[in-house]
Design a protein. Structure first.
Length: 310
C-alpha cells in the first residue's frame, strides 16, 4: 500500500461523496486512526444554512474509514486525525471540490498499558492511606487481570482493596477507581472517587476481612459501571446504593455517604472518599423511598447512627 497517496484517497472519495442527499451543498467529516482498539468517524452533509442534512445510510462514513486505513498503511507522514471537506460544484457536470488533511494530534493519543500515569495514581493513594494507618503488605483482593489496553473492570489497570490498620480501627478501601482510564485520552481520574469501609478492629478475623473486602470490590464494580455515582453522593449527601445477599443478614443494604476526606496528588486533581456502610432493613423501615436513590431515608439512617454527613 506504499503507493496510496492523499490524491488517491480523494479520487476514491469523489464518487461516494458525490452521492449527496438533496439540499446538501457541503460536507465535513473527521476520522481518527485506530488507537488502543478504538477509532471514530463523525460528520455529514450540510445545507446552505449550515444545518445537518439527514442521510439514508452510513455509506460516506464507511468509505472514509476505508480510506483512512489505506492511508495509514501507506507512506503518508505519521497522522492520527483526518479532516475531509466536500463542496458541491457550482455548475452541472463539473467536479466537486474535495480536500483531505491529515495531522497528528497528541491530545487524542490514548494512554497505553505502560503509561507511568497509572503508578502515579497508585502511589498517591498509598501516601494518603499511610497517613491514616499501616497498610497491610501483601493483602489485596483482586479478581481478573488487565486486558491488552491495561483495562480491568474499573477501566484502568488497578482493581484492588487495601487494608489499613489503625488503633482499634480497621479500614478497607478500594484502590483503582480513581486511576485514569486506560485506552483513552480524557483527563479524568477514572470514576473520580474511592470507597472505604471502617470496622472495629476487634470484631473482624482474617475470614471476616476477606469477606467484606470481596463485597467492597463488588461494590466498586457497580460504582465503575454507574460512572457518576460520586456526583450523586455529593448532591444528596447519602444514598441507598445496593442490596446485600442473605449472607450479610441482618444487614440488607449498602449506603454510600459523603466523607470529608480527599485524596490529593492524583494526575488530574483530587478525588473524594465515599463511605460504604451496611445497614439493616429496620433502619429504613417506614421511610419514604420514592426519591432519587432513597436519599432521604439514607440521611435519616445516618442521623440515627449519629453519623454526620461531612
Amino acid at each position: 500500500m506504499a503507493s496510496y497517496s492523499i490524491d488517491d484517497a480523494i479520487r476514491e472519495l469523489a464518487p461516494a461523496l458525490g452521492k449527496a442527499p438533496a439540499g446538501a451543498v457541503s460536507g465535513d467529516w473527521t476520522a481518527t486512526t485506530m488507537q488502543a482498539g478504538h477509532s471514530f468517524r463523525t460528520g455529514g452533509y450540510l445545507d446552505a444554512e449550515g444545518k445537518h442534512v439527514p442521510e439514508d445510510s452510513r455509506h460516506p462514513l464507511d468509505i472514509i474509514g476505508d480510506v483512512v486505513e489505506k492511508l495509514e498503511a501507506s507512506e503518508v507522514p505519521r497522522f492520527n486525525r483526518v479532516v475531509i471537506r466536500w463542496k458541491k460544484p457550482k455548475f452541472p457536470f463539473t467536479q466537486a471540490k474535495i480536500t483531505l488533511e491529515t495531522s497528528y494530534d497528541q491530545t487524542i493519543v490514548p494512554r497505553g498499558p505502560d503509561d507511568p500515569i497509572y503508578e502515579t495514581a497508585a502511589a498517591a493513594r498509598r501516601v494518603f492511606w499511610q497517613s491514616r494507618g499501616t497498610l497491610q503488605e501483601g493483602f489485596a483482593v483482586e479478581r481478573g487481570t488487565a486486558n491488552i489496553h491495561a483495562q480491568t473492570k474499573w477501566f484502568g489497570p488497578h482493581r484492588r482493596i487495601l487494608t489499613i490498620h489503625a488503633p482499634e480501627r480497621l479500614t478497607l478501601a478500594t484502590d483503582g477507581l480513581s486511576t485514569p482510564w486506560a485506552g483513552i485520552s480524557e483527563p479524568e481520574n477514572g470514576v473520580e472517587c474511592e470507597l472505604f469501609m471502617e470496622f472495629d478492629a476487634a470484631t473482624l478475623d482474617a475470614a471476616g476481612i476477606e469477606n467484606w473486602a470481596n463485597l467492597l470490590i463488588n461494590i466498586g464494580d457497580l460504582v465503575a459501571d454507574g460512572y457518576r455515582v460520586a456526583r450523586d453522593v455529593e448532591k444528596h449527601g447519602a444514598i441507598l446504593f445496593c442490596r446485600l445477599t442473605e449472607d450479610y443478614r441482618p444487614m440488607t443494604r449498602i449506603m454510600l455517604s459523603r466523607d470529608a476526606g480527599r485524596i490529593d496528588g492524583l494526575p488530574f486533581g483530587s478525588v473524594p472518599l465515599i463511605r460504604a456502610t451496611p445497614i439493616a432493613e429496620t433502619e429504613i423501615e417506614g421511610q419514604d423511598l420514592s426519591d432519587d436513590w432513597g436519599a432521604a431515608a439514607a440521611r435519616n439512617a445516618l442521623a440515627k447512627r449519629s453519623m454526620a454527613i461531612d
